[in-house]
Design a protein around this ligand. Structure first.
Ligand code: SF4
Length: 180
């Protein structure tokens, strides 16, 4: 960028950075499956990970866009998502329909890490590693397959603040009941 170039819109930078972060997490997942394919029970129709949660506005806006497109291409499915989002006490993600993600290509970053062994730093500073109980049964996950959640969440937090300085989070069930 030269001095003559106009300053870039922070939202445009954030949008590009989110695409790159998604690409990195997806690539990590694909490499892990290639390394130990039989250790993964992950498959279409397994929805054990798909519980209700909230996302930052940048990912909420991706989901809103996906739901708006869905309203145009499959209004019945869009209606069903809206109805199940309103179910009292629903534990599963509102976007999960017949055990499949209805917005798979636009699913949030955390969903892209589901099934991988993950390592996170706890509040007391210790490192904790966990994995879906359906994966790596009776075997130890290779270190290279373990995803550092700190390495994902730190840039995701920065990206989220660039998009929305207020840092507001929104429940997926709320997004599912909005217009679109
Ligand atoms: S957004 Fe999709 S992948 Fe993520 S929890 Fe919901 S249904 Fe599952």
């Amino acid at each position: 960028m030269s001095a003559a170039d106009p300053p870039q819109d922070p939202r445009a930078i954030a949008a590009g950075a989110l695409v790159e972060l998604r690409r990195r997490v997806d690539a990590h997942f694909e490499a892990a499956v290639r390394r130990t394919p039989t250790a993964f029970a992950c498959r279409s129709g397994c929805s054990s990970c798909c519980v209700a949660f909230s996302v930052a506005q940048i990912e909420a806006d991706r989901l809103r866009g996906a739901l708006t497109r869905l309203a145009a291409t499959d209004p019945a499915l869009r209606r069903r998502i809206r109805e199940q989002a309103a179910e009292p006490g629903r534990h599963a993600c509102a976007l999960l329909v017949d055990d499949r993600c209805s917005v798979y290509d636009e699913r949030p970053i955390i969903c892209r890490s589901h099934g991988l062994p993950v390592r996170a730093t706890l509040d007391d500073g210790s490192a904790h590693t966990s994995v879906c109980p359906l994966n790596f049964v009776g075997t130890v996950a290779p270190a290279a397959s373990t995803l550092s959640l700190d390495a994902v969440n730190a840039p995701l937090s920065v990206i989220g603040r660039m998009w929305d300085p207020d840092g507001e989070r929104v429940a997926i069930a709320v997004i599912a009941t909005e217009a679109g």
